[in-house]
Design a protein around this ligand. Sequence first.
Ligand code: 5RP
Length: 252
Amino acid sequence: NPLVTSSVVDDSPLPSNLTQDDLKKLAAYKAVEYVKSGMVVGLGTGSTAKHAVARISELLRQGKLRDIIGIPTSTTTHEQAVSLGIPLSDLDSHPVVDLSIDGADEVDPALNLVKGRGGSLLREKMVEGASKKFVVIVDESKLVKHLGGSGLAVPVEVVPFCCDFTRGKLEELFREAGCKAKLRVKSGGETAAVTDNGNFVVDLYLERDMGDLEAASEAILRLPGVVEHGMFLGIATTLIVAGKSGVTVKDR
Ligand code: 5RP
């Protein structure tokens, strides 16, 4: 892809019995090599990012990193970082973040992402959008040709007020792409899942890709009731992919 300016492959052979979680850990550990002492670091959310948070804390304990300030992207990550003793702050006190590390649900060849299937998309977009460098860490199952094309959802955070009205407007917006918009419910329950910001999430399931991503993004954000969506367009600067054949690093 023309946007990807360099690509480095570490193709040292990996053992064949690696689990998906091992691959996530490999990508996370590689990303933490970008963290230097004195940095303000955005701490992502999810089963991949949690390995990066744990690794940062390990290096702090070993004295190999010093003076790190973490900016968590969710209450879950906040709790993990506090339990591991990582000093924390927020965007009000540190509006410029040196580096963020986070997972993603989908990554396209131009390093555009879908995030938020874990529900933390708003804080993630605020922190990662304020970062000089944003390193995305995934196992190879997250790579797609088109965002929204994996059969999984594109999440949209909406205000609770008349959320079914907003859900209907979102479905209408992408009718031509065969969109089904569903309010996310708590696992095993029928009540709406609530984000860290007290909002709800509408998941957009698409039969066909939504075409021009920038246009789709703007159309979603124009709808009253929408707070943010999970497409991260042009925000990621580096992608680290761990697969059975090795770890690949791509820079934009
Ligand atoms: C949470 C996110 C996560 O980064 C994304 O869902 C990937 O999670 P995992 O690393 O567990 O696959 O966007 O809102």
